[in-house]
Design a protein around this ligand. Structure first.
Ligand SMILES: [Zn+2]
Length: 384
C-alpha cells in the first residue's frame, strides 16, 4: 500500500462504477478525462486522477487484444503473488553471461554487475512460454506442416518496447506525491493484467511485472522476423518492456526521460546477454502490431516513432521493413503513416518495392496468413 493513498470515498466508488458500465476503453477513458476536467487544478491525488491512471493503460495493453487468449486459452494453476516473489531466480531464468552477472538477490530486488536494479517482489506469473517459429525461407511449410522443422522453444528471442500511454503528471518536485501514486497504481494495474514483463517508471525504476519465463499480454496480433525465422503473435516469443510514458506526449510532457533511457539500456543489455537476443529482434510495438481484420499494419502505434535505438546500444531498427508486409501482405493507411518515424516511412516504401519484385500476389500472402492463424488458434486452444 502506498503511503499517502487516500481512502476510498463514495465519489471514488461511484466514479469507478459508472466507468465500469462503459465497455469501450476509449469511451471509458474519455468519460474519466471529462470528469477530471472538473477536478482541482493543483496536482493532487483525486479519485478521478487515480481512475484515469488505471484506465488509460488499457489503450496500449488491452485494447484490440486477441480475444482468444483470454476467452479460450487454458491457463495453468498460477502461483500467488507471495509465492511468485519467493520463487528463486534460477528456477525461472538462466544465468546472465557475456560479462554481466547477478550480484545480489535479496529483499525483493536483484542487482546486476552493469548497474541494473530490478524490483522483483510481487512479479506475477502466467502461462509458461512455449512457441514455434516459422522457418523464414520455407514458407510452403508454414501451413502444410507447421512446426515440422522447428522444435518448441521456451526462451525469449526478442524484445518489444512499449509506452503505457497513461496519464502523465508534470515531472517536478511539487508533483512528487501524484507521480508516486500514479506509478504505484499503474504497476498494480499492469501486474493484474499481466501486461508486460517489465515496467520502467518515470524515475527509471525497473519493475518486473511478469516472470521472464512466462507469457505476458503485451503484443497482441503482431509479426516480426529475423534472418532465419518469422514470429507471429509475439506474446509467446518476445519479452515486453514498457515505459511509463506517451509516444506523442500532450501538454508539453516529455517522451522517455534520461532516467528511463538509462534503465532501459542496461535492462536490454542484461536480457540480451541472458538470452542471446539478436539486435534485430529488439523492436517496438508500433512496428510489429497488425490488425488481421483489415490487414493493416499498426493496430497499436506506440513507439512507432521516437524510440532512441542508438541510446539503447542498438542499430536503427526503423530501417527494417515491417515483416508483416513482406511475409503476409499487410498494408498501411494514412493514419499509420502520419504517426511513424520518417525512417520507418522509407522502410515501408522499400518493403513495397520488395513485394513488387517478389511478384507474389498480396491476396495469396494474406490467404497464407489466414490459414496460418487458423492453425495457430488450434495450437493455442490445445496448449500446443
Ligand atoms: Zn504497446
Amino acid at each position: 500500500m502506498q503511503q499517502g493513498r487516500p481512502p476510498a470515498s463514495w465519489m471514488s466508488v461511484w466514479l469507478h462504477w459508472r466507468a465500469a458500465q462503459i465497455k469501450d476503453p476509449v469511451a471509458r477513458l474519455s468519460y474519466l478525462r471529462r470528469y477530471a476536467s472538473f477536478a482541482p487544478k493543483a496536482f493532487e491525488v483525486t479519485p478521478a486522477r487515480a481512475a484515469i491512471v488505471t484506465a488509460a493503460v488499457t489503450l496500449c495493453a488491452v485494447l484490440y487484444w486477441p480475444s482468444i487468449t483470454s476467452a479460450s486459452k487454458p491457463t495453468p494453476p498460477s502461483l500467488s503473488r507471495s509465492q511468485a516473489a519467493t520463487k528463486s531466480l534460477s528456477a525461472s531464468a538462466p544465468p546472465v553471461r557475456q560479462g554481466i552477472w547477478l550480484v545480489e538477490q535479496k529483499n525483493g530486488h536483484e542487482i546486476y554487475s552493469n548497474g541494473l536494479r530490478i524490483e522483483a517482489a510481487g512479479a506475477a506469473t502466467h502461462t509458461p512460454r512455449r512457441y514455434l517459429p516459422l522457418p523464414r525461407h520455407k514458407p510452403d511449410t508454414w501451413t502444410s506442416e507447421p512446426g515440422a522443422n522447428a522444435p518448441f522453444r521456451t526462451a525469449p528471442i526478442g524484445i518489444v518496447y512499449h509506452t503505457t500511454e497513461s496519464e502523465l503528471f508534470p515531472f517536478q518536485a511539487s508533483s512528487n506525491r501524484i507521480l508516486q501514486y500514479a506509478g504505484a497504481k499503474l504497476l498494480e494495474y499492469v501486474r493484474n493484467r499481466k501486461s508486460y514483463h517489465y515496467l520502467i517508471d518515470r524515475f527509471g525504476r525497473v519493475h518486473r511485472v511478469v516472470e521472464e519465463d512466462r507469457v505476458a499480454n503485451h503484443a497482441g496480433w503482431s509479426v516480426w522476423a529475423d534472418r532465419d525465422w518469422v514470429y507471429v503473435n509475439l506474446n509467446e516469443s518476445f519479452l515486453g518492456i514498457s515505459f511509463e510514458a506517451q509516444t506523442q506526449p500532450q501538454d508539453g510532457a516529455e517522451g522517455l526521460n534520461a532516467a528511463q533511457i538509462h534503465a532501459g539500456r542496461i535492462l536490454t543489455e542484461m536480457l540480451r546477454a541472458r538470452y542471446d537476443i539478436p539486435a534485430e529482434n529488439c523492436t517496438t510495438h508500433g512496428q510489429v502490431s497488425v490488425n488481421p481484420d483489415n490487414f493493416k499494419i499498426g493496430n497499436h502505434t506506440d513507439l512507432g516513432a521516437g524510440f532512441p535505438y542508438a541510446a539503447f546500444g542498438l542499430p536503427d531498427n526503423y530501417r527494417i521493413p515491417p515483416p508483416s508486409m513482406l511475409h503476409f501482405g499487410f498494408a498501411y493507411d494514412s493514419v499509420y503513416w502520419d504517426r511513424i518515424e520518417p525512417q520507418l516511412r522509407l522502410s515501408l516504401q522499400a518493403g513495397e518495392k520488395q513485394l513488387h519484385q517478389q511478384a507474389l500476389r498480396r491476396s495469396d500472402m494474406q490467404r497464407r496468413y489466414r490459414e496460418y492463424i487458423a492453425i495457430w488458434r488450434k495450437q493455442q486452444e490445445h496448449g500446443i
